[in-house]
Write a new protein. Structure first.
Lengths: 500, 338
């Protein structure tokens, strides 16, 4: 490699309880698209934060563009020409796209008054770069996730970044959106921008990457040319063993009686009513584009958002669900799409997160029994293989997969008859993902009803007995396992959007 | 991760040690500050390190400590209660009015007054909580309204005058110094703190207070009603304002519609200096007690040093701001340790 833009030499970073990175050496060639893979907790996020100037390395050195790179803040990183598009988007919802794009460098006229014309003109140019044709005066809150993602990338382009780090940019995108994103990445590449691309979706990395670096437990396993590698090769490198079949669907699990049925659920006057049901021991997939009303329907069913009308029956008996507490009392569990914001008490410990669903179990006369709590939490942490330094560790410091396991654990602690999981594996690596799948099959075998909402179609097709498809707030079809077909499900998902 | 699962990467800080570090950062820091300030004034201010002065400080922090104990609950849930000062005023006139009723024997009058104070405070607190949760209005605004309403009500009840003539046995109890070192009203404050500590630490209710302050939406989606706990926290704050009113009556022997002006700010300051986070979810009521001590030690010490009444508030104000800065810094430290 002749022209190295970024090189790490023996970089290490230690946090109390965990060695996040250890002796990481890595060089990125100018103009390449470099893939970084690794399970949860492998050190990817730490690596990104080092580059972003959020952390400083404890040991080792980083060189960027031929000089030592020691950013003290994200601002330093940007000045040096490194831009990070984080997994969690950092846009300001109530400002316009243009303002978001140029927030750090608003064009000004005399007396510091913002030059709106110049602002919008430049914004249009930047948006064009990422193929987004939209009025730059639109407020960001009105955009879809995919569009926000593109705005983030456009923002990264606003100051001639030399190195762009994309952290799981496709996690929330649909296939056509991904295709477009890749086209943009290729165009950036042709303009000489170096890209570090982090993803959990192994199939897609071959399409855009040239080389791959795999991290495991904070160390570099290998850096290789992607050419000639296969998905199983990558998986082996990531977890140090083979996954024979990611989805080993178990035909032995036969769905029984209807566990939960929803009839004529209507969220508000403008949405159509929907009906569906899930059986005991059945995994029901819910497919559809982001924003097609899947999440909203589940939330309304659970009582998390108000609903106008509709009958929910559990084991054939109608139940009134006005608030989540009613749903929980009737044995429903909701694992929300937004784990951190709605599923977890981030600054509280693992054990307290787990027992929150049913404190009655670990208390008598309103007094907590800390020993019983620790025992119950340790039990579930062991069962679900949550990687934490102890049950007293704050959930904030766990990786995405482990956080998701804690959310599952809290519902298992309560005991549940039907689980609704919204994007349960988003931001979760293959190893932990597979464990979650196993767990769901185990729960199905225990005759629990499972509703699984996901944007990852292969995942749904691997996991589910049946898939229902949402399109523009409507359930437009139902596909039994025998007839699973990616094209068919996708065309159903688009059905309501392509109609005149 | 089955057979090949590697052990957790080596842990430089063991859970036990992390726990100890957390204790140091979260709780011991304030305590250490109190000790240092006390040592400083003992060395520099005349009369500071005398038993008499210590007694005086204990007497002086009682009211604020009781108010701050309830305030801790509210702040832990992420709210704020600006009304406690004037709710206290209302409770003093209600309590005093009941107590001077000559048709009642002193024992009955005092008991009824205590109940009336607590009930009045609790109702005010309940209204604060109920209104702010029912209509989703920031508690800052609702309690600001209550501050004015309670102050007005206190004038109405007292006919805008000071109520005197409390039973002698009541006054005597207020002046009592148990064993020569423990003023009765400080004992009341300590009991309130102890009760709060027990509730927050050992009960399901206490756990829910912390959880609601950490993430009320997650609590709601876990099948609880977070509003219940918010309303309860405000009710507790009102209740302690009622108890603080009794302490006020014990100490000053008058019910006054203009009592308690600015008390809410002292209570909030004690809570924040004590390390409870204004954004909710983190803190301790023992810290609140220490915070109240720090405020009073500073005030008394500065006075004894001859710092004028004009400069004292400046120093105390600086300390409050410093405490909040430390709080932010402490969060960062804690995050590293956890």
């Amino acid at each position: 490699m002749d022209d190295v833009i970024l090189s790490l030499e023996g970089v290490g970073k230690v946090f109390p309880g965990v060695v996040a990175l250890s002796d990481v050496s890595l060089s990125i060639a100018r103009g390449e698209t470099h893939i970084v893979l690794g399970e949860n907790g492998a050190g990817k996020s730490t690596l990104i934060k080092l580059l972003a100037g959020i952390y400083e390395p404890d040991t080792g050195t980083i060189a960027f563009n031929g000089a030592a790179y020691q950013p003290k803040s994200p601002h330093d990183a940007q000045l040096s020409g490194i831009r990070i598009v984080h997994q969690e988007l950092n846009l300001l919802p109530y400002l316009s796209i243009a303002e978001n794009l140029m927030l750090e460098n608003l064009p000004r006229r005399a007396f510091g008054i913002v030059d709106r014309k110049a602002l919008n003109r430049r914004a249009v140019a930047l948006l064009k770069e990422v193929g987004l044709e939209i009025d730059p005066r639109t407020r960001v809150e009105a955009l879809g996730v995919a569009q926000m993602q593109l705005v983030e990338i456009a923002k990264a382009l606003s100051d001639d970044s030399k190195l762009l780090v994309l952290d799981e940019p496709t996690a929330t995108l649909t296939p056509p959106e991904i295709t477009r994103l890749f086209a943009i990445i290729k165009r950036l590449k042709s303009k000489g921008v170096t890209i570090i691309y982090i993803s959990h979706r192994l199939h897609e990395v071959f399409e855009i990457g040239e080389r791959v670096t795999v991290l495991r437990n904070g160390r570099v396993v290998a850096t290789r040319d992607l050419h000639g590698l296969t998905v199983p090769d990558l998986v082996r490198m990531m977890i140090g063993r083979d996954i024979a079949d990611e989805y080993s669907f178990d035909d032995a699990i036969v769905p029984g009686k209807v566990a939960l049925s929803v009839a004529n659920l209507k969220r508000d006057a403008s949405t159509p009513d929907i009906s569906f049901a899930v059986r005991h021991g059945e995994i029901l997939g819910v497919a559809g584009l982001v924003g097609s009303g899947r999440t909203e329907a589940m939330r309304a069913l659970f009582g998390a958002d108000p609903k106008l009308d509709g009958v929910v029956e559990i084991d054939g008996k109608p139940v009134a669900i006005a608030a989540p507490k009613d749903a929980v009392r009737h044995g429903l569990s909701l694992l929300t799409e937004d784990r951190k914001g709605q599923g977890l008490l981030l600054d509280m410990a693992v054990d307290k997160n787990i027992t929150i669903t049913d404190l009655g179990k670990i208390s008598r006369n309103g007094l907590l029994n800390r020993r019983a709590e620790a025992a119950a939490a340790n039990d579930l942490v062991g069962q679900l293989r949550v990687k934490a330094s102890s049950i007293e560790q704050a959930v904030r410091n766990l990786s995405g997969g482990n956080q998701q396991k804690v959310v599952l654990a809290k519902w298992l602690f309560r005991g549940t008859s039907t689980l609704i999981l919204d994007e349960p594996t988003r931001g979760v690596d293959i190893g932990a993902r597979r464990e979650i799948y196993q767990l769901l099959w185990m729960l199905a075998a225990q005759q629990k009803g499972i509703i699984m909402v996901s944007s990852d179609l292969p995942e749904l097709m691997g996991m589910c007995h049946r898939i229902i498809v949402f399109s523009r707030n409507r359930i437009v079809g139902e596909v039994p396992r025998a007839e699973f077909d990616q094209e068919r499900i996708l065309s159903l998902a688009y059905q309501e959007y392509v109609r005149p | 991760m089955t057979e090949t699962s590697e052990p957790l990467v080596s842990a430089p800080v063991s859970p036990g040690r992390a726990k100890f570090l957390r204790f140091l950062i979260r709780d011991a820091g304030v305590l250490l500050a109190l000790v240092l300030i006390t040592l400083f004034f003992s060395a520099t201010a005349p009369y500071f390190a005398t038993p008499d002065n210590a007694l005086k400080i204990f007497v002086q922090i009682a009211i604020n400590t009781v108010l701050a104990a309830g305030m801790t609950f509210v702040i832990l849930t992420g709210g704020i209660d600006l009304s406690v000062g004037s709710v206290l005023a209302l409770c003093t006139v209600v309590g005093a009015t009941v107590m001077i009723d000559e048709s009642l024997s002193p024992a009955v009058a005092i008991t009824l007054a205590l109940l009336a104070c607590m009930a009045t405070g609790a109702v005010c607190g309940f209204l604060n909580g109920w209104i702010s949760t029912r209509w989703k209005i920031p508690s800052f605004i609702v309690t600001l309204g209550m501050l004015n309403m309670a102050a007005g009500a206190a004038r109405v009840v007292s006919d805008n005058s000071t109520i005197t003539g409390l039973p002698q046995s009541f006054v005597d109890f207020g002046n009592l110094i148990i064993g020569g070192f423990l003023p009765s009203i400080f004992l009341v404050a300590v009991l309130v703190i102890a009760a709060g500590w027990f509730v927050l630490r050992f009960t399901v209710f206490g756990r829910m207070i912390f959880a609601v302050g950490t993430n009320d939406e997650a609590v709601r989606l876990s099948g609880h009603n977070p509003d219940f706990y918010k309303v309860a926290a405000f009710t507790i704050s009102g209740l302690t304002a009622g108890i603080a009113a009794m302490v006020y009556l014990l100490r000053l022997n008058i019910g006054s519609p203009i009592a308690g002006v600015g008390y809410e700010l002292n209570a909030i300051a004690a809570v924040i200096i004590g390390g409870t986070s204004l954004s909710g979810g983190k803190g301790s009521i023992i810290g609140t007690l220490v915070g109240a001590c720090i405020l009073q030690v500073l005030s008394t010490g500065l006075q004894l040093l001859g710092v004028g009444d004009n400069f004292k508030p400046i120093v105390i104000g600086l300390v409050i701001v410093l405490a909040v800065i430390l709080d932010a810094y402490r969060e960062r430290l804690l995050r590293k340790v956890r």
